[in-house]
Design a protein around this ligand. Structure first.
Ligand code: SF4
Length: 708
């Protein structure tokens, strides 16, 4: 380890942080990968950032700090500011000429707009021009930090025009390119009758220099940069792109690195090659699910209906053999209805990969080549609609294109890695078709190409599953830190008799009543402490808490009445409703929050101090044994010989640990966790210190009275 490894660490270093920094340093110097599991309050972010910044400065590397959500970026930027403040940062000064002369700037932007992929341009991504460099008068605190978010957040046009709400990154990128092209044409005196972007022309006027200088010295969060840029009428996205080139640290949502299309762009803006990048993954337990979702594809009745509306607006056309677009779309819907009828069982059902084309061949009377041809023509008509909408300054989306493209992609998929499913729709009678991606490493495997990667999470066990799932090499270092609080501050118990095991719930009509009685007994002790109950599903929540009154989230039925204020999440609540519920719960004294496990309230919200001291988990949150889950289990069995461990035990353990982790957010807090399911004994390895308890209310009381 470098002697002065802690020189950028802006706090008094704790032993756990020293250990984390040493592991990070080893990964950086060996060009390897380290996976660190450490509880909340252990200082993972700063322990990863401080040595990585030091290494990046010394070795001229770039750091990409990837977060699941935009809001998690703020902490990274605040830690960076603290490091800079500690180093006594001075004024920004320039070395040589400004970074991009207006002509270069125009050239770069024109290249981007036209997506020119010349060999020179590719080469550009591997070299860094040092004619201009931002320097800090502050020892090691050299460099700048940027918070990058997508156009949906940073582009003011998307919030001014409802047309663009919900636009995909690719669609917004096309809209932006079109407006920039029109703006440039007008500025160059060329004819232009399309929509322009005034924020872009303001950016071009002075190269965004003033706001860039401000951003380089202030290291704002993305939100602060947006506000400041907009106060000057300049595009925040272009400003961000322009300063990325000189940033040592860029914090961005996962998609900026995981999506190949967006990653290519980002590396161009950074002007570096992938092996010059150090990636830090925050909340790494979310990565494989994110990558699976990104690489899966689906289509449902809503898309078909939207495509039919498009036909009404843009005209019906023959796409071959006398078949009209509307006729083909109708047959596509019929094909999905027939697959639903034949294969859907409860939530979902496996469909043979060839069944879609077979149904379409039967319904259109065409052979497979002709069906391919019909879908190709759909995409051509869709592209024409996209182009027309783009020229009109609208979101360049075509549902007709989406239908054709879905079929052609489905036809070419490797079904060894994808599971073809028909899945029950939320509101629609017909299910939707999905090619579910079982292998996140098809996207995350790119992490092997970076200089080094650091993966951080509070709950990642078993770490081998994470390493294998996302495709890290076998020699990746896996480290699990002990919790950052004394063991006596947390007690975990499980019930001896209760279970949500499906057969037993069916066999024993008394079981729901037993759950209810146990919960009431627990609620009657330690009444002044906030408590949360997490259920495996809204259905079970309703059955156990069981009253129509609960739909209002206001009161319990008489059988559960114990004089405590209840805060019950309802299925389908909006984000603002849930946040309002949780804020009211947090300031209550002895309130009871009821929600589902694996959801927003058991994973995404912090409850520091007395905001949450007791957590009850009802049942073991095993994944539902549907067709998707069975396919995943079989895939992991074949690939790693560990289907059950990786696809059933691991996600259930993580969900419980996430929920239990809400209770203690710092070293001096205390918490009592209860699992109301006797099968918790199978999780003794993951739920360290858990014990069976006959009289849970008594144990709870004794714990908080300090007598356990
Ligand atoms: S230049 Fe900026 S403001 Fe204009 S469309 Fe593009 S992202 Fe939006």
């Amino acid at each position: 380890m470098a002697d002065d490894l802690t020189s950028l660490f802006p706090y008094a270093v704790r032993p756990i942080q020293e250990k984390m920094m040493a592991s990070v340093w080893d990964a950086l110097t060996s060009g390897g990968h380290v996976v660190i599991e450490a509880g909340t309050g252990s200082g993972k972010t700063i322990s990863a950032l401080a040595p990585t910044l030091e290494y990046a400065f010394a070795d001229r590397k770039r750091i990409l700090y990837l977060t699941r959500t935009n809001s998690q970026q703020r902490q990274v930027i605040e830690e960076f500011r603290r490091i800079r403040d500690l180093q006594g940062v001075g004024e920004v000064r320039e070395k040589g000429e400004p970074p991009l002369e207006t002509n270069d700037q125009l050239g770069r932007i024109l290249g981007e707009i036209n997506e020119v992929e010349t060999p020179e341009r590719e080469e550009q991504t591997c070299t860094r021009d040092n004619t201009f460099e931002t320097l800090w008068d502050g020892g090691m605190a050299e460099g700048i930090c940027v918070g990058l978010q997508g156009r949906s957040n940073m582009c003011p046009i998307t919030s001014e025009d409802p047309e663009f709400i919900g636009g995909t990154p690719e669609e917004l990128s096309q809209m932006c390119s079109e407006r920039k092209k029109n703006t440039m044409n007008r500025m160059a005196g060329r004819p232009n009758d399309g929509k322009e972007c005034r924020y872009f022309s303001a950016f071009l006027l002075d190269d965004g220099l003033e706001v860039r200088r401000w951003a380089e010295s202030a290291t704002p969060t993305a939100e602060e940069l947006i506000d400041h840029s907009l106060s000057m009428g300049i595009c925040p996205y272009e400003v961000t792109k322009a300063i990325i080139r000189d940033a040592v640290l860029i914090t961005a949502p996962y998609i900026y690195f995981i999506s190949p299309f967006i990653r290519r762009r980002l590396l161009e803006w950074m002007e570096c090659s992938i092996d010059e990048v150090i990636v830090i993954i925050d909340e790494a337990h979310n990565l494989s699910g994110f990558a699976r979702e990104l690489s899966s594809l689906s289509i449902g009745s809503r898309t078909i209906r939207a495509a039919l509306s498009e036909v009404e607006r843009h005209g019906d056309h023959e796409i071959g053999g006398g078949m009209l677009i509307s006729g083909f779309l109708g047959r596509f819907q019929t094909a999905m209805d027939r697959l639903t009828e034949e294969y859907l069982i409860d939530d979902d059902g496996l469909v043979p990969p060839s069944s879609l084309s077979e149904e379409l061949m039967f319904l259109t009377g065409a052979n497979s080549n002709r069906v391919d041809d019909l879908c190709t023509r759909l995409t051509h008509h869709g592209t024409a609609i996209q182009d027309r909408k783009k020229a009109e300054g609208k979101l360049p989306r075509s549902y007709i294109h989406a239908v054709g493209a879905f079929y052609l992609t489905w036809r070419d998929l490797e079904f060894e890695r994808y599971t073809p499913l028909i899945v029950k729709g939320r509101k629609e009678d017909s299910g939707y078709l999905e090619a579910f991606s079982m292998d996140p490493s098809t996207l995350t495997g790119v992490l092997r190409e970076v200089h080094a990667s650091i993966h951080l999470s509070g709950t990642l066990a078993p770490l081998e599953e994470y390493r294998d799932s996302i495709g890290l090499p076998e020699n990746a270092v896996l480290i699990s830190m002990s919790p950052p609080f004394p063991p006596e501050n947390r007690m975990l118990v499980h019930s001896k008799e209760l279970t949500t095991n499906y057969e037993q719930l069916m066999r024993d009509p008394e079981m729901i009543g037993m759950f209810r009685r146990e919960i009431v007994d627990i609620l009657r002790v330690e009444r002044g402490r906030n408590l949360a109950i997490f259920f495996p599903s809204f259905d079970l929540l309703r059955r156990v808490l069981g009253s129509p009154e609960l739909e209002d989230g206001t009161s319990l039925p008489p059988s559960l009445e114990c004089g405590r204020e209840m805060f019950i999440e309802r299925r389908g609540s909006s984000q603002s409703e849930v946040m309002d519920l949780v804020e009211r719960f947090k300031v209550s004294h002895g309130g009871v929050l009821a929600s589902v496990i694996g959801g927003r309230l058991s994973e995404g919200v912090d409850y520091p101090g007395k905001e949450l001291e007791i957590v009850i988990i009802v049942g073991i949150p095993y994944p539902k044994p549907n067709a998707r889950q069975r396919a995943l289990l079989a895939y992991y069995d074949i690939r790693f010989g560990k289907g059950w461990e990786y696809t059933v035990i691991a996600p259930a353990a993580r969900r419980m640990l996430q929920a239990l982790g809400r209770m203690i957010r710092s070293g001096d807090e205390r918490g009592f966790g209860i699992i109301l399911d006797k099968r918790a004994l199978h999780f003794r390895e993951e739920l360290m210190g858990i014990s069976e308890e006959r009289d849970i209310p008594m144990a709870l009381s004794r714990f908080f009275q300090g007598n356990h």
